[in-house]
Design a protein around this ligand. Structure first.
Ligand SMILES: [Ca+2]
Ligand SMILES: [Ca+2]
Ligand SMILES: [Ca+2]
Length: 333
């Protein structure tokens, strides 16, 4: 299977060499078209991307161009893709866009703000929790936590906002193999590992506008090679698709952005119609310290430009000749 996952440093300029990409649109990206007042696309227009220096104001002296110039196609279209996290301006000629943030989630599934934690240990090897959270903060208005001690003597912990930082923290003690699952399944007041299927056929793509998950993650070196799985369900527990997302070793803190295309889901369920979503942590590695700052979805950012079409040199010459002709006629009167 060709993977379309890639990652980028949360802070700009330094990009991670370990990232891979494949064919297809790689987000974050900005696309649009350049057209005249009539709406007709203008081909051959130069479009440039500038990385904002942090003041939110466009200045070509201080905001550096990101990548090379792009030229609009026959329909006036242009696209920048696989760009680093950060805020940008798009420029064509004298026209400059507003500040764009193409890596910002268009839908936040969970920012992990509402505090809650669960712990599994040899006395209670499974622990669950269900927490009602406003639907404006968490997809479906409820977040369930589940932890399970699989092997070893120690704890498995899943904590949300545990130390004044709005992150999900997954820890297993030294030598312990455990699993943690976060479930978003609508409001059913149950933290069962079996999702309640309460999202009502939710469309993660928002009619095709969203194309990928975006997560901010990190883990320490003991978890190297670990992945997490985003699992989407439709109708029943046995009907799901999985998307594996590699953790990035960061020293433990969630500082690394990971984008995972919806195209890479494996299974029969489509992201355009889901009844529940799970994030599954712990794929067999012992002694994990992992963090997820948020889970969201993104699509291509759009920016169109309407510009005054500059006439072709030949038609310009004809216009001058025509104007001259009018002058000549007037003088003859
Ligand atoms: Ca600036
Ligand atoms: Ca539930
Ligand atoms: Ca967060």
């Amino acid at each position: 299977m060709t993977r379309k996952i890639y990652c980028a440093a949360a802070t700009a300029v330094v990009s991670l060499v370990l990232c891979t990409q494949a064919l297809g649109v790689v987000l974050p990206g900005i696309a649009g078209n350049v057209h005249d007042q009539s709406g007709a696309g203008l081909s051959g227009q130069i479009v440039q991307l500038y990385f904002d220096n942090g003041d939110g104001i466009f200045d070509p002296l201080f905001d550096s161009q990101f990548g090379g110039d792009v030229v609009t196609g026959a329909d006036g279209g242009y696209a920048f893709q696989n760009i680093q996290m950060g805020k940008y301006f798009v420029r064509t000629g004298d026209s400059v866009s507003g500040l764009l943030d193409p890596g910002s989630p268009t839908l936040m599934i969970d920012d992990f703000f509402q505090k809650r934690s669960v712990t599994a240990d040899p006395i209670g090897p499974i622990s669950t929790s269900s927490l009602a959270v406003p639907a404006s903060e968490v997809l479906g208005g409820e977040r369930d936590l589940y932890v399970e001690l699989i092997s070893g003597i120690g704890d498995v912990e899943l904590r949300v906002n545990p130390f004044g930082e709005n992150v999900l923290q997954f820890d297993t003690s030294s030598g312990v193999n455990g699993r943690g699952v976060v479930t978003w399944d609508g409001v059913d007041n149950s933290g069962s590992l079996k999702p309640a299927m309460g999202l009502g056929g939710f469309d993660l793509t928002n009619s095709g506008q969203n194309e990928a998950f975006i997560l901010k993650v990190g883990m320490d070196a003991t978890g190297i090679g670990e992945s997490m799985i985003l699992r989407i369900y439709d109708d029943s527990m046995g009907k799901y698709s999985d998307l594996a997302i590699p953790f990035v070793v960061s020293g433990g803190r969630a500082t690394e952005m990971v984008v995972a295309s919806f195209d890479d889901f494996v299974g029969e369920v489509k992201p355009s119609k889901i009844d529940a979503l799970q994030l599954i942590l712990g794929q067999g590695t012992k002694s994990i310290d992992a963090q997820v700052d948020y889970v969201g979805v993104i699509g291509m950012s759009h920016q169109d430009f309407e510009v005054t079409a500059i006439p072709e040199p030949s038609s310009m010459a004809l216009a001058v000749l025509g104007f001259g002709g009018i002058l000549l006629r007037r003088r003859r009167r």
